[in-house]
Ligand binder design. Structure first.
Ligand code: FAD
Length: 375
């Protein structure tokens, strides 16, 4: 098996050893065995946020699979409940720090569960807060790593705790939301590498399960993204029926090639390839007047990587060679047109970076995790 068989970019080399895991115990067993043997380790979900080299991966890939079973925990709790919501024993201390009295629902998923299955489940149960994250590929366990977000929502708003395997302490460690260090496409899980001598594709903390805390209702969380609000015919800040939000998000995403479709090369990508740059106020002031600017807190300004790319003379479909090109639907996605190598993709990414740097003096940072690839 090759990593190209397991990544949405369809790029990546031969895998020396592959172990599948369908439960937290299986994940711990496989990860501990690889660490004991001093092997390089890559924990993989849907392979939708990974740019891997074509060189062989000399180590163990632990591939998380969706057991396609109900969540590990699914409980509703009334405000001021005695700690046994719906007759399911839940230690109220377990609910901290999002809201000790809960007043909503809590659901815990094994890390290998398909993310969009969790979204569909939440919408069907009228659990609010992840509906705008419909259609994002990959696994539940990967969502806290880069604080997955889209259309004005981020998982950090609903995650109450993340259960991990700490590879250094060799113990299970639970992080409550406040300890996850969530920021824009970032978290403590992304930042904390494993200090072992072996170069590793996966960090110190392997996510075993993620618990979400939702409010209950048929209407969505307030819509924060203008394009989505337009599509729903509501004002920014208003709510809309959750099923309609999901439909609208999926429609918008599909029009940008952001819903996986094996027949459509525009979706052979890792999603947005670059993060939106966060600039100091004076850097932002140097941008043209029509460049997008969003408040990023602490006097900083977030601008749009897609805008920078398209205003640096890079058209959609822009290619370097014949096999790697900017998506024909979205300037932020770099895609494999068929048979692309990791070198093809890196050449394209560098070309985009250098044009933006030349035009605006801003360095675009790649969003996906790189494995054996220097960018
Ligand atoms: C078409 C498309 C659209 C996308 N749209 C969005 C979007 O709107 N918003 C957004 O934020 N992202 C988006 N992405 C990126 C991607 O889908 C998300 O980052 C997703 O959460 C990755 O999940 P995965 O299971 O595929 O991770 P993988 O690609 O399998 O892994 C990514 C990294 O996380 C690590 N990892 C995975 N699981 C675990 C675990 N259980 N414990 C520890 N480490 C782990 C891996 O080792 C690797 O380093 C998109 C990608 C594509 C292809």
């Amino acid at each position: 098996m090759r990593l190209s068989d397991l990544t949405t970019l369809r790029i990546g080399g031969e895998i020396e050893k592959l172990v599948e895991a369908r439960s937290a115990d299986e994940v711990i067993e496989a990860v501990a065995a690889a660490d004991d043997a001093g092997e390089q380790l890559l924990v993989l979900g849907g392979g939708s946020n990974l740019v891997a080299s074509d060189a062989p991966f000399r180590g163990t890939v632990v591939l998380l699979r969706d057991p396609e079973e109900p969540p590990l925990l699914d409980a509703t709790c009334e405000v001021g409940a005695s700690g046994e919501p719906d007759g399911i024993p839940v230690d109220p201390a377990e609910l901290t720090p999002l809201d000790p009295t809960c007043g909503g629902a809590i659901v815990e998923y094994f890390a290998g569960v398909n993310w969009d299955r969790a979204v569909r489940y939440a919408i069907a149960r009228e659990m609010v807060g992840i509906e705008a994250l419909s259609g994002i590929p990959g696994s539940v366990g990967a969502t806290p790593i880069q604080n997955v977000g889209a259309y004005g929502q981020e998982v950090s708003a609903t995650i109450s705790r993340v259960r991990t395997w700490d590879r250094e302490e060799r113990a299970v460690r639970t992080f409550f939301a406040a300890d996850c260090g969530f920021a824009y496409r970032d978290s403590v899980f992304k930042r904390t590498r494993h200090s072992g001598a072996v170069p590793s594709g996966t960090g110190r903390y392997v996510v075993l399960s993620v618990t979400f805390q939702h409010t209950i209702g048929s209407l969505s969380a307030p819509i924060r993204y203008a394009q989505l609000a337009d599509a729903l015919g509501v004002e920014v800040g208003q709510r809309a029926p959750m099923a309609e939000v999901r439909e609208a998000v999926l429609r918008i995403r599909a029009s940008k090639g952001m819903v996986l479709d094996p027949r459509d090369h525009d979706t052979w990508s890792a999603g947005s390839f670059f993060t939106n740059p966060i600039l100091a106020a004076q850097e932002a002031a140097a941008l043209p007047a029509d460049a997008p600017r969003f408040d990023a807190g602490q006097g900083r300004v977030k601008t749009s990587a897609a805008w920078l790319i398209s205003h640096s003379g890079i058209e959609r479909g822009h290619a370097v060679g014949e096999r790697a090109a900017v998506s024909s639907k979205h300037s932020l996605a770099l895609t494999n047109r068929g048979g692309a190598s990791s070198d093809d993709l890196v050449a394209l990414a560098r070309d985009v970076q250098s044009r933006v740097q030349e035009r605006y003096g801003i360095r675009l940072e790649p969003e996906p995790v790189r494995l054996g690839v220097d960018l």
